[in-house]
Ligand binder design. Structure first.
Ligand code: GLN
Length: 568
């Protein structure tokens, strides 16, 4: 009889403050363990009541990352998929809303058999059941569970309680990693450990002792501080891992390995030592550090500002997909976020001219009417000036609108999302979406997740993928209106990717002889670009962009910079 596999669990929690890279730390821990031949999976826990991330405004939440099975999740799920080069599913994602919904459903179905159902222990039990389910599904040796938020918050307490229960039941199989932050106040000029000490004690207060502390800071930790944290937080100095700010998130697994984090975790969890092979990852990182040219991409969108701050998080997968393909092509990506409103109003012409400085222009996904005419104007400019253009989801729909208006002579063509009364609704709501809208049922009702598409012979899409059938992830309610396909194709636009039954237009493009790259996808290719597996369309777009460089520019400075750019 086969013995049951020993499952190991690593909980990653945040101390001191949020936003210091718990997701990247969790992803990097997984990467160094995977390099040991271990089967690793990960779960993200978001403590909010929302059942998923789909109903939240991007300026509130950042990117909504869509999985193959259509689950609308957090951007950390994208990090796990990119770092582990794996495909996750809805069992890997959990929110407070999701947990309570299930407990209440069970209660209504008498599944608790008349028992009094309590927040403790029934909610943590459901959390544990979900963690175990994801582990079984992946047949994982190690499951990494990232608990969102920071220690000391009321919100995530129930998840910490679940983690504590798991540890008390199987002490050898559960480890805790606390990702902390060590500030260097400018007036003091010294790195302070006290907030980390408080965070470790707050964690002790809920019955949990950290095994490892990842010390995020502006600079590397010195030995003195490692000893101090070790002494006051009950751990060994070698279990304090220095994690200074770095230019590229993809360096983190390499740094962790250098600090022996993988070996320390294996020792903590009593996993027999194994040879490590991080070579594929390292060669990707090496490539990213030796670019021979610079490629400048303008991302034209909205959702950029929150008060005085810039939210680059909203398009995180787009950014990573661009970076990944650029690195593979030996280029340093310079990505500017440009507010589409710059291409509306009196300054429009002047600002459009500045787009010539870019090697490529990209319009990402979006919703609603803000900045739409600006985006359409930018797309028209890219088409007419033959600047490579890549449109994702809304960016594809707007490409179709631009072409319909300006080439197919359907004056005033629009999407009914913005103008329900347009004379030429070239983009219209999908038939099966109407019922959701009538009922006001917005949660998880878009066309979501992976669907197959067929690629037409002798097209840019087909040659980029080098495949006839593809599968890509979607998140939309509107589509190219079949009624206008004959007019639009007659005017020269090619629908090179369609649903297998030919009904839904999945890719629109101009032939290569007419334009170096003018292509839009109804799906979101950015969700499946991975460091060890760049996305063929992003690569093709950047190849076209790189052809605009002559002669090659000599470059210096940091790799992959992103800046907000109001070119007005
Ligand atoms: N708003 C468009 C739709 O719902 C595009 C969605 C998107 O870009 N994700 O179809």
């Amino acid at each position: 009889m086969a013995t049951r596999k020993k499952r190991k669990y690593i909980f990653v929690v945040g101390g001191v403050m949020s936003g210091v890279g718990k997701g990247i730390a969790s992803s990097s821990i997984g990467t160094v363990l995977k390099a040991r031949g271990l089967n690793v999976t990960a779960l993200k826990i978001d403590p909010y009541i929302n059942v998923d991330a789909g109903t939240m405004n991007p300026t509130e939440h950042g990117e909504v990352f869509v999985l193959d099975d259509g689950d609308e999740t957090d951007q950390d799920m994208g990090n796990y998929e990119r770092f582990f080069n794996t495909t996750l599913s809805r069992v890997n994602y959990m929110t407070t809303g999701r947990v309570y919904l299930e407990v209440i459903r069970k209660e209504r179905n008498l599944e608790y058999k008349g028992k009094n159902v309590e927040v403790v222990p029934d909610i943590p039990f459901e959390v544990i059941r979900r963690i175990e389910k994801a582990t079984e599904k992946a047949d994982a040796d190690v499951t990494i569970i990232e608990i969102g938020g920071t220690i000391g918050e009321y919100q995530n307490i129930i998840f910490l309680e679940a983690a504590r229960m798991m540890k008390s039941k199987n002490p050898q199989d559960v480890a805790f990693v606390m990702v902390s932050y060590l500030p260097i106040p400018s007036k003091v000029g010294e790195m302070k450990t006290k907030p980390t000490q408080y965070a470790a004690r707050t964690l002790n207060g809920v019955g949990i002792q950290a095994d490892i502390i990842i010390a995020r800071s502006e600079v590397a930790l010195d030995h003195k501080r490692k000893e101090k944290i070790a002494l006051f937080c009950n751990i060994q100095p070698e279990s304090v891992i220095s994690a200074p700010d770095i230019d590229s998130i993809y360096d983190v697994p390499v740094n962790f390995e250098r600090d022996n984090l993988g070996a320390i975790l294996c020792k903590t969890l009593k996993i027999p030592s194994r040879p490590t092979n991080l070579s594929a990852w390292k060669s990707f990182v090496k490539k990213s550090k030796s670019p021979s040219k610079e490629v400048k991409i303008g991302v034209v969108g909205k959702y950029f500002d929150s008060g005085d701050f810039v939210l680059s998080d909203v398009y995180i997968s787009v950014l990573e997909a661009l970076k990944i393909s650029a690195y593979h092509l030996g280029a340093k990506p310079v990505i500017d976020y440009i507010n589409s409103k710059d291409f509306e109003g009196p300054q429009r012409e002047k600002n459009l001219q500045k787009l010539k400085e870019y090697h490529g222009i990209l319009v990402p996904g979006g919703f609603g009417s803000t900045g739409i005419e600006g985006k359409i104007n930018a797309i028209q400019f890219a088409r007419e000036k033959k600047i490579p253009y890549f449109g994702l989801c809304y960016g594809m729909q707007l490409l179709v609108i631009e072409y319909a208006r300006n080439v197919a002579r359907l004056k005033g063509a629009h999407t009914t999302e913005v103008d329900p009364k347009t004379k030429y609704p070239v983009i219209d709501i999908m038939e099966d979406q109407k019922k959701h809208m009538e009922k006001g049922s917005f949660g998880a009702t878009m066309r979501l997740g992976a669907y197959p598409a067929h690629l037409k012979k002798e097209t840019v899409a087909r040659s980029a993928y080098n495949e006839e059938m593809i599968s890509e992830r979607h998140r939309h309610r509107y589509e190219v209106n079949p009624k206008y396909i004959p007019d639009i194709t007659k005017a020269g636009l090619v629908f090179s990717g369609t649903s297998p039954d030919g009904r839904l237009m999945e890719i629109a493009e101009l032939p290569e002889r007419q334009h170096p790259f003018f292509l839009g996808t109804q799906f979101h290719p950015e969700f499946t670009a991975r460091p060890l597996n760049p996305h063929p369309l992003f690569t093709r777009f950047l190849e076209a962009a790189l052809k605009r460089i002559k002669p090659p520019i000599k470059i210096a400075g940091k790799v992959g910079g992103v800046k907000q750019n109001t070119i007005a």
